[in-house]
Design a protein around this ligand. Structure first.
Ligand SMILES: Cc1ncc(COP(=O)(O)O)c(C=O)c1O
Length: 409
């Protein structure tokens, strides 16, 4: 007779991958995020979601393509969406590509997941900027990757550290599968890679035969300065860069639409691993209409005004309220500010005290695989209005002061 509980019995049957990943969020109501001040997540602003325009695009898409919008869409993406995306990438990002270079995915999250599946077996090396996007941190864990983290400064990842990591790997006889980075308004720090840094990274990666995985989720949300060329556009060899993007931040995360632009051989294999019977045709037809009609370009202009204003409010609040010893980044686009706490404070303690007062913040340690980041916090200004940002920074400033006082006494 077995003595194990049903829970243990089923756990014993899990794959190594499920055990590495661990349990996820269960029975969560997304609406709960509206009950707190949510500086922790990267939620887009609710009031600027283009609900009326999407209703109109849906009506047009159903009248024109209803039969196909409600049908399976096997393959690499609904052609109408692929073509409008290719036009957008050429016009806005300066990326020249064709249909064979594109896979439309269930958000950029799925694009990143497929790339990990295609390239990373347990023990394989990947290189990443650090701190880095939480979703990719999870992918690293789930895949069992051997992650080599490269620190960031205001202009991107540290090229000297990258070079010495590449040389170390060579000496160990190991080949990194790719270098992961978010070059614009990086998540979580808000920094943007300079053109010089991009060139230097690309050259080093090329010399060592390491592809770049460029996750450009925030490209369109630039508030200041000129756009910087993408790694994909700078590369002179096909296959050197895999470029991921998303409609989540510029239309609606609920659409669950993202993409990869890469060499046709990579696209074909990602498509082989994508066993979900197709990225939703319904959302694809709606977004093709919304994007192709010119509504997207106009909408991005509105979003930039909203997020620029929120960044300004949060920066002014931090300046006015935080005690000496705190420092933070000043993003020129995107959603995030990265805060460094005064010495001796721990982000987990600060986060716990903030939650008690209705403020959620991003815990720095979660953005590394190595346990670094204890002195850091990610603050998203994207989701809350002016009054909530003011209230949230009040709470944060009070908690930091209180914890500083306790640390000194
Ligand atoms: C850097 C980065 N990459 C990818 C994603 C995933 O986006 P999606 O909603 O398209 O899955 C996000 C979302 O927060 C992100 O910040």
């Amino acid at each position: 007779m077995t003595t194990t509980t049903p829970d243990q019995w089923i756990r014993d049957l899990f794959s190594d991958r499920a055990n590495r990943t661990g349990p996820g969020m269960v029975a969560l109501d997304p609406k709960d995020s509206a009950k707190i001040i949510a500086f922790g997540g990267g939620y887009p602003d609710a009031d600027s979601l283009p609900i009326q325009d999407i209703a109109e695009s849906t009506r047009i898409a159903l009248e024109r393509d209803g039969e196909w919008a409600l049908q399976y869409a096997f393959g690499t993406g609904v052609p109408e969406l692929v073509d409008t995306l290719l036009d957008k990438l050429r016009r806005d990002q300066g990326i020249e590509a064709t249909r064979e270079n594109v896979l439309i995915t269930n958000g950029a999250s799925q694009a990143l997941g497929l790339i990990f599946e295609a390239f990373v077996d347990p023990g394989d090396v990947i290189i990443s900027e650090a701190p880095f996007f939480l979703g990719t941190v999870h992918r690293c864990r789930a895949s069992g990757a051997d992650v080599r983290e490269i620190p960031l400064d205001d202009e991107g990842l540290d090229v000297a550290a990258l070079e010495s990591t590449l040389n170390e790997l060579k000496a160990e006889g190991k080949q990194a599968k790719f270098l992961y980075l978010v070059p614009n308004f990086q998540n979580p720090t808000g920094i943007t890679y300079s053109p010089e840094r991009r060139e230097a990274i690309l050259n080093l990666c090329k010399a060592h035969g390491v592809p770049v995985l460029e996750d450009d989720a925030y490209y369109d949300l630039r508030f200041e300065g000129d756009a910087v060329p993408t790694f994909y556009g700078l590369a002179d060899e096909p296959g050197q860069v895999m470029y991921c993007g998303t409609f989540s931040k510029i239309i609606g995360a609920g659409m669950r639409l993202g993409w990869v632009v890469a060499h046709p051989t990579v696209i074909a294999h990602l498509s082989g691993l994508k066993t979900d019977a197709g990225t939703p045709a319904f959302a694809s037809h709606v977004v093709a209409e919304f994007t192709g009609s010119g509504t997207l370009a106009e909408h991005i202009g509105t979003l930039k005004d909203v997020y620029r204003h929120r960044r300004d409010v949060m920066l002014a609040e931090l300046e006015a309220k935080l005690p000496d010893g705190c420092s933070w980044t000043r993003p020129t686009g995107g959603f995030f500010i990265w805060l460094t706490l005064p010495e001796g404070l721990d982000c987990a303690d600060v986060a716990a005290a903030c939650v008690e007062q209705g403020l959620q913040i991003g815990i720095g340690k979660n953005f590394f695989t190595t346990g670094k980041g204890a002195e850091n916090i990610r603050l998203a200004y994207s989701f809350n209005d002016d009054e909530e940002i003011e209230r949230g920074v009040d709470i944060l400033a009070t908690v930091i002061r209180d914890q500083l006082d306790s640390a000194r006494n």
